[in-house]
Design a protein around this ligand. Structure first.
Ligand code: SF4
Length: 250
């Protein structure tokens, strides 16, 4: 039988791991911010990416929050770093009731107000484009209710944080933890880029974080009620249509 590491060996390994982590973080803090050659944050943990981002950008940085599991984990990290960390949501007026209740749970747990950013009212949209635009032209509907409000919001920031993970879909496989978002003209951070869904669920359970109950009913990804069905990854978004993204990230 092979003996496991001794207490002293474990302590030495932890000490070494801590030193490596601090050295990586210090190197990242010293790095200059050049959109053409962004600092490489890939070796950093999600917590360290969040710490780096807050130190660089707060208060001109905010989390884009859709009240899913990824944002629950990220908001937990952000408020641990700054109790006045900022978050906003794209309020399409078409969210599930379960998502609205999860929003209240987020604000109670994290002690923050998630700013609501919206497009035209549903009546205004119907008057201009007809009823239930999402059934005939989901790209047009997303442009009005998500893409344009996001553009307006990001114009007042230097960086935004997203819950994008590489394994969610082929369109997200190339996501970096830090990227220059040329379309919106600011820095984009995806601290959970290399996390698996199991990693996210484990953290939710360990920390007792708010969790949209729809996840437990087979909805891996949750958006507007008319356009979301149960499904793995992003399979349940615009199910049956070629569309896979709102246009926020790609
Ligand atoms: S997800 Fe559907 S309802 Fe929501 S903005 Fe896009 S098309 Fe409209």
């Amino acid at each position: 039988m092979i003996d496991g590491p001794t207490v002293e060996e474990r302590a030495a390994t932890e000490l070494l791991g801590g030193l490596v982590r601090r050295r990586r973080l210090a190197r990242a803090h010293r790095a200059t911010l050049d959109p053409a050659a962004p600092p490489d944050l890939e070796p950093l943990s999600a917590e360290d990416v969040v710490a780096w981002a807050l130190r660089r950008f707060h208060p001109r940085i905010a989390l884009a929050c859709s009240f899913q599991q990824e944002e629950s984990v990220l908001l937990d990290m952000l408020v641990a770093g700054r109790s006045d960390a900022r978050a906003f949501t794209l309020d399409t007026g078409l969210l599930f009731p379960e998502t609205e209740r999860t929003a209240s749970a987020f604000e109670a747990r994290y002690g923050v107000t998630v700013e609501r950013v919206g497009g035209p009212t549903l009546d205004e949209q119907a008057a201009a484009h007809g009823e239930r635009l999402w059934e005939r032209d989901p790209d047009g509907c997303c442009a009005l209710r998500k893409v344009e409000p996001l553009r307006r919001k990001l114009a007042g920031l230097d960086a935004w944080v997203t819950g994008v993970r590489r394994e969610q879909s082929p369109t997200r496989a190339g996501t970096r933890k830090l990227e220059w978002d040329a379309r919106h003209g600011l820095w984009k951070l995806s601290p959970l880029a290399d996390w698996t869904l199991d990693d996210v669920r484990r953290r939710i359970a360990e920390r007792g974080l708010p969790d949209n109950p729809l996840h437990g009913r087979g909805y891996a990804s949750i958006g507007c009620e008319p356009c979301t069905r149960p499904g793995a990854g992003r399979d349940g978004r615009w199910s049956g249509a070629a569309k896979t993204e709102c246009g926020l990230h790609r």
